[in-house]
Design a binder for this molecule. Structure first.
Ligand code: SAM
Length: 278
């Protein structure tokens, strides 16, 4: 950290299945405990911590419940349990389609928080309240014409290959809009943002756009390279991803001529598969 402390950490760890295959949830949670401990040390006195975490409905909703229990051993205060709705889901005809992504919000101390608004217009009228002896209607009292972002996010498009922000080969990319929302709510310009699991570099790019500083890492050098190239692409061309193209176009043929091999194939369910560039 070079003596610096972060005001915000946004972590999106690999899920149990991908990271530990058959090794069980307790080992996964012990590993999480280590990077949560590291986060505590890297975060400033008043700061925010967000963690994207899976809840596998085919496996006791793990690792979410055990992760939440593990968090009780820390002095972080839980503040919100956010759900982001995916447009596409997975599952069989015999169960509810799985379309949710869980996001936990904790704080250390008492950090800055700025309410965020969606693009969804307010249409419901008629919540009357008397203000200074005058009967007022909710739209008159509003600070915004649009709806405030609550703890269920239904207004964010899941990344898919037609979107400019798409980074081919990144199986777990989060929408830029979701990370920008977190950054705008829980940090100020020039603040330092942390992300221990860079992957496609969404937190780094969102920090650049929102004029925050960011430290990010990934255990896989390929994802580190992708993260660097995504920032360079934005700085050079103002683009936020490669859409149908890919980050290694200088060295490798275009996507349609590339051989993509699935790796880390999950044992059950129809979950994302990592495509590794050859
Ligand atoms: C779910 S992805 C993060 C997605 C990211 N939020 C995005 O929008 O692109 C998890 C990433 O964590 C990385 N990873 C796995 N184990 C790690 C470790 N021990 N330390 C750092 N990174 C790790 C993986 O290589 C993978 O790129």
């Amino acid at each position: 950290m070079g003596g610096d402390q972060a005001k915000l950490a946004v972590h999106d760890p690999p899920y149990n299945l991908v990271a530990f295959q058959e090794r069980g949830v307790s080992e996964y949670i012990n590993w999480c405990r280590k990077w949560i401990q590291n986060s505590w040390h890297c975060l400033a006195e008043n700061s925010a911590l967000y963690i994207w975490i899976g809840a596998d409905q085919n496996d006791n909703f793990q690792p979410l419940p055990d992760f939440m229990i593990m968090m009780r051993d820390f002095e972080f205060t839980p503040r919100s349990f956010i759900t982001m709705r995916n447009q596409r889901g997975y599952g069989t005809q015999r169960n509810w389609m799985a379309v949710r992504q869980e996001l936990l919000y904790y704080v250390k101390g008492s950090p800055h928080f700025e309410v965020q608004y969606t693009d969804i217009p307010k249409i419901l009228r008629g919540y009357y309240k008397t203000v200074n002896g005058q009967k007022t209607e909710n739209l008159e009292r509003s600070k915004s014409d649009s709806i405030r972002a609550g703890n269920v996010w239904v207004d964010i498009q899941q990344v898919f290959y037609r979107m400019e922000e798409n980074v081919s080969g990144c199986y777990a990319q989060k929408p830029l809009k979701s990370i920008e929302r977190i950054i705008k709510a829980s940090s100020l310009p020039r603040d330092l943002v942390l992300d221990f699991f860079a992957h496609s570099g969404t937190t780094l790019l969102a920090s650049e756009i929102q004029k925050r500083r960011c430290f990010t890492i990934d255990i896989d050098p390929v994802y580190c390279e992708i993260t660097i190239r995504r920032l360079e692409l934005f700085r050079q061309k103002g683009k936020i991803g490669w859409q149908n193209g890919h980050p290694f176009e200088r060295e490798l043929p275009p996507n349609n001529e590339l051989q993509l091999t699935p790796t880390n194939e999950p044992k059950k369910g129809n979950q994302p598969v990592q495509a590794r560039l050859l």
